[in-house]
Design a protein around this ligand. Structure first.
Ligand code: P6P
Length: 351
């Protein structure tokens, strides 16, 4: 068996060769990775651990919280607040930011996370995951506010996710490519299983919730119709479809074998640019996908260029194999030109 490289050794060697993982960032990543192992233990217990079902509360998004949503959120808060590497945290499950308590030293980083993405899959034993994004604290004042978090995704220092599936996998980027680690449950350690992950530029597989088809904007409808037309259609090839309804699982498949993932604006709630959240779902996944040679836009521009206005704002997402993302984005641009020429309003792009 080839020499096993642990997460710690990977991070130390990245720092030695690339100098892009200062001590506080290495501690942050290792603490989050350890927290994901704790979450995995609860997830894997299922019905035996009395962790299934709803918690009888709603989150800031107005979504029913599952017991594991709250457990995962608390695990990440508890694990990260004492180490001196963070100034504050933000979570899908918390209305406002969580500054590090005064009894602990304040660090240089801000951590954002969706503690358990794909909650609707928990009770039916389908893969779910944790998504995290790391920003640097820009101001030197002590009292961190929501404004300190409102940085474009291009400023992320690191991003990653953990998928709790048949294997428990940790995927990480610090801006020098994408690495994958698999949890060795016997040893309780993360083992490097792939480095410099690359997403194929082309694909024959798309991921979208087809039940929303009648609500899509024309460019999305055109793209999917052409995929469905297969060999006889303008694409000249047949396509396959997948939709796990856990972004982490769909993104992990795309990182592993290519594909394009779409959660676009639709007219069910026209004031919302999309369902997914910019700061702790779209931005970290966009960083990872771009670092793996893929692309990530909101249909109009790079997700990582968007200037956030609110902590929990939503965004349209098109990400994955570069040539497919560019095709979808191109259809939006053509649609915009046509609508502009006809003087019609275009669906919201972001915000
Ligand atoms: P729908 C999970 O709730 C999530 O935020 C993403 O992980 C997933 O891609 C999407 O929503 C699924 O949404 O509308 O298909 O249930």
């Amino acid at each position: 068996m080839s020499k096993r490289i642990s997460l710690t050794q990977y991070l130390v060697e990245q720092q030695r060769h690339q100098g892009n993982i200062p001590g506080q960032l290495r501690l942050l990543i290792e603490v989050v990775a350890r927290a994901c192992k704790t979450i995995a233990i609860s997830v894997n217990k299922g019905a035996l651990g009395e962790v299934l079902g709803t918690a009888g509360s709603e989150n800031v998004q107005g979504e029913v919280q599952k017991k594991l949503d709250i457990i995962s959120n608390e695990v990440l808060i508890e694990a990260n607040q004492w180490g001196g590497h963070l100034a504050a945290m933000a979570s899908e499950e918390m209305d406002s930011i969580h500054p590090v308590p005064d009894r602990y030293p304040q660090g240089e980083y801000l951590l954002l996370f969706d503690p358990l993405d794909g909650s609707s899959n928990i009770d039916v034993n389908v893969s779910i995951g944790t998504i995290f994004s790391v920003l640097r604290k820009l101001s030197d004042h002590e009292n961190i506010t929501e404004r300190d978090f409102l940085q474009p995704g291009s400023r992320q220092a690191a991003a990653g996710y953990c998928v709790y599936g048949p294997q428990t996998s940790l995927v990480l980027t610090v801006g020098n490519g994408v690495a994958m680690f698999t949890l060795d449950r016997e040893m309780g350690s993360w083992v490097l299983t792939q480095e410099q992950v690359q997403i194929p530029a082309d694909t024959k597989e798309f991921a979208i919730n087809m039940s929303n088809m009648r609500h899509w904007a024309p460019p999305v409808k055109r793209y999917i119709d052409e995929c469905l037309a297969g060999k006889e259609g303008p694409r000249g090839k047949d396509f396959n479809m997948r939709w796990v309804a856990s972004m982490v699982a769909d993104v992990h498949r795309i990182l592993t074998r290519g594909g394009v993932f779409l959660y676009p604006w639709d007219k069910r709630e026209p004031d919302k640019p999309g369902k997914l959240r910019l700061m702790y779902e779209a931005n970290p996944m966009a960083f990872i996908v771009e670092q793996a040679g893929g692309a990530a836009t909101n249909g109009h521009q790079r997700i990582m260029e968007l200037q956030p206005g609110k902590l929990h704002e939503r965004v349209s997402v098109v990400l994955g194999s570069k040539n497919e993302v560019e095709r979808v984005t191109g259809y939006h641009a053509q649609g915009h030109e046509q609508s502009h020429a006809q003087g019609q309003a275009q669906p919201q792009a972001a915000g």
